[in-house]
Ligand binder design. Structure first.
Ligand SMILES: Cc1cc2nc3c(=O)[nH]c(=O)nc-3n(C[C@H](O)[C@H](O)[C@H](O)COP(=O)(O)OP(=O)(O)OC[C@H]3O[C@@H](n4cnc5c(N)ncnc54)[C@H](O)[C@@H]3O)c2cc1C
Length: 396
């Protein structure tokens, strides 16, 4: 394309959570920053997050809340940009927020305020944000990077890849960051959908399908992880926070177990019920501890459908074992269409954990979800975006 290239110190590809945080941080250091995004507006995932109220951080964030082939990688950035740092910015911009549960902070009014805050901070720091700007090619020269886009050529000393993961393609998600990583010799670890509803098949699907909409507290367990929260039955399978959390640890064929009475010891409780209300049917008693339709369904297919006094100790023990450790066979996930995050991504082995800079290509940085760092549900993914964006913005 004709015309002089647009020169800047830092070019950030991706105007999402991590990219905007990186841009404002680098701009505050006096760097000349351009942010480009192929979508028609910045921060689309922030806008749709938290049901429109953006769960922007979690006050209890620790490295243990993240999945990565290298669980130590996230430590440095998280330690240097804490939830309290982001909360300070939110409060400076007078954005009202509240804690929902377990340290999860949400906007009182709208996610739009978070995007507005980030754009205002970028503007104040002189960082320019361009949308509808698709990248056509990237080359590295002696003096930095040359990036061809639909809006002209950019020359920059530092290039920051903040293009996110593959989740929700309709929101602008692309595998572009992985292509850039491969172009510059980086490994990309296999990706898969995370924080995603699971699908059921066969008899589990048939037996639960018409309970769609029923929600109950469970403890969902898989591969040594145990998440206690609500499960929601859907037409195709299971969702709700407990299932979304455990989905990041589940792969096809893995054993998935549900404690359907997470607030009590099922054996003790059933024995007490038998003593006190022996004439009651198991389904009647169970319906006091979980939704009635779920209790009925369990008694139709898995549990003895009889008065408690007719159950001997072995039958009570078997019923308690099933209720406390129900084996549910998931057949797959709903995939990237509905997943909140992408597991896997750019291998952190060749990235500096302090600066997010490539160890192979000086000046090239990867931040946010494009990296092989994935948080739990509950504001952790944004905290990673802010922390990794800040780490790169301090040096790029
Ligand atoms: C429905 C939903 C709800 C969520 N809710 C929460 C929540 O409440 N709390 C939480 O912590 N996390 C939440 N998440 C996860 C969180 O949104 C992401 O982890 C976070 O946005 C990742 O930040 P990022 O900057 O790395 O990527 P993104 O925010 O996805 O930004 C990437 C940007 O790069 C752009 N881009 C992609 N490809 C190209 C390309 N080829 N050229 C130019 N630009 C490109 C995209 O358009 C996008 O603007 C939610 C996710 C979803 C899908």
């Amino acid at each position: 394309m004709a015309g002089d290239p647009i020169r800047c110190d830092v070019l950030v590809i991706g105007a999402g959570a991590a990219g905007l945080m990186c841009a404002l941080t680098a701009g505050q250091r006096g760097r000349i920053v351009q942010v480009i995004d192929h979508a028609n507006k910045p921060g689309k995932k922030i806008l749709m997050s938290g049901g429109g109220r953006c769960n922007f951080t979690n006050t209890g964030t620790t490295p243990a809340n993240f999945l990565s082939a290298n669980p130590h990688f996230c430590k440095s950035a998280l330690a240097r940009y804490a939830p309290s740092d982001f909360i300070d910015m939110v409060e400076r911009h007078r954005i009202a927020y509240h804690e929902k549960e377990l340290g999860q902070l949400f906007c009182d009014v709208s996610s739009k305020l978070i995007v507005r805050m980030l754009l205002d901070e970028c503007a104040a720091a002189g960082a320019q944000v361009r949308t509808d700007c698709a990248v056509e090619g990237i080359e590295r020269g002696a003096d930095g990077f040359r990036v061809r886009t639909g809006q002209g050529r950019f020359h920059c000393a530092s290039l920051v890849v903040a293009t996110g993961g593959l989740s929700i393609p309709s929101m602008g998600a692309s595998g572009f960051g992985y292509e850039v990583a491969r172009q510059f010799g980086h490994e990309v670890l296999p990706t898969r959908a995370g924080l995603v509803p699971l699908t059921l098949s066969g008899k589990h699907q048939q037996r639960f399908a018409d309970l769609s909409g029923v929600a109950l507290p469970v403890a969902a367990r898989c591969n040594g992880q145990d998440f206690r929260n609500f499960m929601l039955l859907t037409h195709r399978g299971i969702s709700g926070p407990a299932i979304l959390q455990v989905s990041s640890y589940w792969q096809p064929g893995d054993d998935l177990r549900l404690d359907l009475l997470p607030d009590r010891d099922a054996g003790d409780w059933l024995r007490t019920m038998k003593r006190e209300r022996g004439a009651s049917e198991l389904r009647t008693v169970l319906a006091e501890a979980m939704p009635k339709r779920m209790a009925q369904r369990l008694c139709e297919h898995w549990l003895p459908d009889r008065p408690l006094r007719q159950l001997d100790e072995r039958q009570l023990r078997d019923a308690a074992a099933l209720l406390g450790d129900f084996p549910l066979v998931a057949s797959g996930t709903e995939g990237y269409r509905t997943a909140e995050v992408t597991l896997g991504g750019v291998d952190t082995a060749a990235i500096s954990s302090a600066t997010m800079e490539s160890r192979r290509v000086p000046g090239l940085h990867f931040i946010g979800e494009v990296l092989d760092v994935t948080g739990w549900l509950g504001g952790y993914n944004f905290q990673w975006a802010w922390a990794s964006g800040h780490a790169a913005g301090q040096v790029a």
